[in-house]
Design a protein around this ligand. Structure first.
Ligand code: PEP
Ligand code: MG
Length: 586
């Protein structure tokens, strides 16, 4: 059956090969009632299984640290912590004694309760942490029952694309990376540990593909596109050829990327472009540096809030994350964007009521000004971390001067409070704003007088300017970064920044598309912030661009009357089908 499925691209790259379907391993656990004189021995048996599981995890931790570095090995620290947690081990012992049941049943009952608590929290990050608990449960159960049939993915000898309901972090870490060329899971999101490891191993992966186990059999030929999040089952010859070309281009780019890592991002006529990265997780600092980023241009701090949910991050949580990131990326700067929750980045505990149209609702800076308690805690963390470090602060979704003044007031209050309490505060903390609301673009000159830099967020700017919901598939064909209205608005913002003598960068996805590099350089941008893995391709495009010629090209684009016309002028630029702006066939 030739079919195409869409999930979440968790780790970029193209993988092709036969599927190896891992049946979800149902753990059979029976209940046995124990005689009172057997209970102590049963508790001992359980403690022994815990000791063995801990030894195994410690060994795995060392292996992963050697293979993938310290950061990822901490996942196994988290597993050891679960083993040591009172509600896990002591809770099970308690259950065995109280209910007079076998260890397997006691453990199962305790884990079932804990998993139900995780599942009740409407937060993808915490749901995924439930996966860690399940991983530890399976491990301990394996030691109790002697059933070690959990798949050993380190023993795979043929090239394969793993298709599974879920892959535990330890499954993923143990993968034979020579043979596992990609994987697809039904569960998981972009922030799952599995996705983080896949990225670190650079194995193309698509996650969150519900129902895929019913569509694929072991041996079916698959094409996994970890960037687009697509999986092709039994592709026809044409699709296979296209995928082969895409894979070759991808591999070549990855190779070239590492080669060009230390080359400067300079146009053929000598214009230097600063190339930084957009990240959601502190772990991505390493990838960014490996691909040659000269700083973090956008840290989306809302992911820290999702991680701490249902609690809010403390001032110390903020401080630690920002300080650590800035230290790792030094001497380059790290731009921390304050909380941009709401809209499509939902966070139920903070947003206290459902909104009919959240993208235009109480999100980002609006939410922060509504909840100064949350905002102040984050600002204090940033201010403290910025002492002696190259940290810059950026406010999202600013719509005008009044809102900016209110945000700056809270910042100044936080700074005064810290001083009064005897804390050091940075002498100079560069303050910037995202330009992603058309009203902000229209008064960019007024805003530029009050901040140190602009970062243009085209993802939102285009959505609000063209009235195209960026998450709505049915109008995606109208989401046109090269629409003349977008280009004119960009020009306006860039000019306002230049006139005021402040720096201006672009951090929307548009910057990550190398085909737009001549347009953006032509508009006068000399700073871009892009997804880490796209740095090599964007750098290549910069090194192939003549800024003077790009300027001339941009004059023509700005005078064009439609996105179609811009597309035609760009010619060899973005593919026609993506530029066409025609509704898809019904
Ligand atoms: C943007 O809107 O372009 C942007 C970078 O912010 P986010 O994608 O996080 O909304
Ligand atoms: Mg945005």
């Amino acid at each position: 059956m030739n079919a195409r499925f869409m999930g979440i691209g968790a780790s970029p790259g193209i993988a092709m090969g036969p599927a190896l379907v891992l049946e979800s391993h149902q753990l059979m656990v029976n209940r046995r009632t124990l005689k009172p004189d057997r209970i102590d021995a049963e508790v001992k048996r359980f403690q022994h299984a815990i000791t063995e599981a801990r030894q195994e995890l410690e060994a795995l931790r060392v292996r992963v640290e050697e293979k993938m570095g310290e950061k990822l090995s901490h996942i196994f620290d988290a597993h050891i912590l679960i083993l040591d947690d009172g509600s896990f081990a002591a809770g099970t012992e308690d259950h065995i004694r109280r209910e007079k049941v076998n260890a397997e049943w006691g453990l199962r009952s305790v884990v079932k309760d804990l998993l139900a608590q995780f599942a009740a929290i409407e937060d993808p990050y915490l749901n995924e942490r439930g996966g860690d608990l399940e991983d530890v449960y399976r491990r301990v159960l394996g030691h109790l029952t002697g059933d070690r049939s959990h798949p050993d993915l380190s023993r795979i000898r043929e090239d394969a694309i793993i298709v599974a309901h879920t892959l535990t972090p330890s499954d993923t870490a143990a993968l034979n990376t020579q043979r596992v060329v990609g994987f697809v899971t039904e569960m998981g999101g972009r922030t799952s540990h599995t996705a983080i490891i896949a990225n670190a191993l650079e194995i193309p992966a698509v996650v969150g593909l519900h129902g895929i186990l019913e569509q694929v059999e072991t041996g079916d030929f698959l094409v996994v596109d970890g960037e687009r999040g697509t999986v092709l089952v039994s592709p026809n010859t044409g699709e296979q050829e296209t995928a082969t070309r895409a894979r070759t281009a991808w591999r070549q780019r990855a190779q070239d990327g590492l080669k060009t890592r230390d080359l400067p991002a300079v146009t053929t006529d000598g214009q230097a472009v600063i190339l930084r990265s957009n990240i959601e997780l502190p772990e991505e600092v390493e990838t960014s540096l490996r691909y040659g980023a000269t700083g973090i241009g956008l840290y989306r701090s809302e992911f820290l809030f999702l991680k701490c949910s249902p609690n809010l991050p403390s001032e110390e949580d903020h401080y630690k994350v920002y300080a650590e990131m800035a230290d790792r990326v030094a001497p380059h700067p790290c731009i921390v964007r304050t909380l941009d929750l709401g809209g499509e980045k939902y966070f139920h505990e903070v947003l206290d009521r459902e909104e009919a149209n959240p993208v235009m609702g109480m999100r980002a800076i609006r939410l922060c000004l509504r909840r100064p308690d949350i905002f102040r805690t984050q600002l204090r963390g940033i201010l403290r971390a910025a002492v002696g470090r190259s940290i810059q602060l950026m406010f999202p979704l600013i719509s005008g001067v009044g809102e900016l003044i209110r945000a700056l007031d809270v910042l100044n209050e936080a700074r005064d409070d810290l001083r009064r309490e005897g804390h050091a505060v940075p002498e100079k903390l560069p303050i910037g704003i995202m330009i992603e609301v058309p009203s902000a673009a229209m008064v960019a000159d007024l805003l530029a007088a009050r901040v140190d830099f602009f970062s243009i967020g085209t993802n939102d700017l285009i959505q609000y300017l063209l009235a195209i919901d960026r998450g709505n598939e049915s109008v995606a064909y109208l989401y046109e970064p090269h629409h003349p209205a977008v280009l004119r608005m960009l020009q306006r913002v860039i000019d306002a920044a230049k006139d005021a003598g402040i720096s201006v960068s672009l951090c929307g996805e548009m910057a990550s598309d190398p085909r737009y590099v001549p347009v953006l350089t032509g508009l006068g941008l000399r700073e871009l912030s892009v997804n880490p893995v796209t740095i090599p391709a964007v750098k290549d495009a910069i090194r192939a661009t003549h800024a003077g010629e790009a300027r001339t090209l941009t004059h023509r684009l700005l005078a064009a009357s439609s996105a179609d016309e811009v597309g035609r002028i760009l010619g060899g630029g973005p593919a026609d089908d993506e530029l066409a702006g025609n509704p898809p066939e019904a």
